[in-house]
Design a protein around this ligand. Structure first.
Ligand code: PLP
Length: 380
């Protein structure tokens, strides 16, 4: 048989899934692995989805998505972050941030263009750049996972097209200080680079207010957002891209030919979530915050030093004190104590020496997980 696409064939499968396939074959496992809320979508949002089905909303929507939803998204961003996007030409509804990221990379990149990505970072970033014909250029972050502007500047070449950042971050939970994002905006301006900002966790900001990249660099920011995390809607597959019209015009062409539109029923449900879901989101966020405090305190108490994650629902403790690499730590912890975490190395070289633990898990399970992890660390 003729060989398949070599770029895709060279891309390893996600290091996250591999662990969960192993964990799925075992009993009594506490999974801190999957980046997914443990809440079911709030009832009024599910009801809106059911109602949409009852009404027969089973057709395509316009390619860009329901105008009501796009209007609600840009109004919401304007209210909370004082950014201005036009609902018609500067907002596109996608099937999750995942599709938005793919669209944006395919829109921005010519073959061989480079995208600078501070790491540790979300596992899909590099592959999405590569699949679009580009080259990911990873740069290290500070020990507290702050973006290092000097490192980014050093990595810029004539082929650099964009910088891809995420705050709050998966896997570290770090929120970039506003001053760092201002410096990033300034750098992008000086070197004429696009800023792709994955803000999927923006509502999950506990200690510091979120800064929307478009409020600092409106003419060159591409904001990716969605409903999966704060609205507990991972399975509905709804996200959005907000960006200047000339970018979305092209992204819309790819979307038109490859996706047509995001699911109609899901868009109707997301609209309900945006219109009247604030109270439920606030409740979930304050619950994550409670879990965060307890879990991070627990990790530190068993000798796994953990920077206070300020956002998202991940803790990224150091496991260096154990002398194990992150892959071995995760494998042995799973075998010995049946706690599933993700080795930090899957998020880039800067993630080595850490493991990612999702605290979107019920409090009693988090308490039990800390107990088991403590027993494991003591046994080494
Ligand atoms: N971006 C980040 C940083 C994520 O952590 C995730 C999911 O874990 C995604 C994007 C994908 O989100 P969606 O469900 O909207 O495709």
């Amino acid at each position: 048989m003729k060989p398949l696409n070599p770029i895709v064939a060279a891309c390893p499968p996600s290091g996250i899934r591999r662990f969960f396939d192993i964990a799925a074959t075992m009993d009594n496992v506490i999974s801190l692995g999957v980046g997914e809320p443990d809440y079911v979508t709030p009832w009024h949002v599910r009801e809106a989805g059911i109602y949409a089905l009852e009404q027969g909303f089973t057709t395509y929507t316009s390619n860009a998505g329901l105008l009501e939803l796009r209007s609600a998204i840009v109004d919401d961003l304007s209210r909370r972050y004082s950014v201005t996007f036009d609902a018609v030409s500067e907002c596109l509804i996608t099937s999750g941030v995942s599709q938005g990221l793919d669209l944006v990379m395919r829109t921005l990149l010519d073959v061989g263009d480079e995208v600078i990505i501070p790491e540790p970072c979300y596992v899909a970033y590099g592959p999405c750049v590569t699949f679009a014909g580009g080259t990911p250029v990873y740069v290290p972050s500070s020990p507290a996972f702050e973006i290092l502007i000097d490192e980014i500047e050093r990595a810029i070449t004539p082929r650099t097209k964009a910088i891809l950042v995420s705050s709050p971050s998966n896997p570290t939970g770090a929120i970039q200080p506003r001053a760092v994002l201002e410096a990033l905006a300034d750098l992008a301006e000086r070197h004429d680079l696009y800023l792709v900002s994955d803000e999927i966790y923006e509502r999950l900001s506990y200690d510091a207010p979120h800064t929307c990249m478009a409020s600092l660099a409106p003419s060159r920011s591409i904001v990716l957002g969605g409903f999966s995390k704060a609205h507990a809607m991972t399975g509905w597959r709804v996200g959005f891209v907000c960006a200047p019209a000339f970018i979305l015009d092209l992204a819309g062409r790819i979307h038109q030919y490859t996706m047509l539109c995001a699911p109609h029923v899901s868009q109707a449900a997301a609209l309900e979530g945006l219109r009247s879901g604030d109270a439920q989101v606030a409740e979930m966020v304050s619950d994550y915050d409670r879990r965060r405090r307890l879990f991070v305190k627990g990790l530190n108490s068993i000798g796994l030093t953990c920077h206070e994650p300020q956002g998202a629902f991940y803790a990224f403790p150091s496991i260096r004190s154990t002398g194990l690499d992150s892959e071995t730590f995760a494998e042995r912890l799973l075998q010995a104590e049946r706690v599933a975490v993700v080795p930090g190395s899957v998020f880039g070289p800067g993630g080595e020496g850490h493991v990612r633990c999702s605290y979107a898990t019920a409090l009693p399970l988090l308490e039990e997980a800390v107990k088991r992890m403590g027993r494991f660390v003591d046994s080494l």
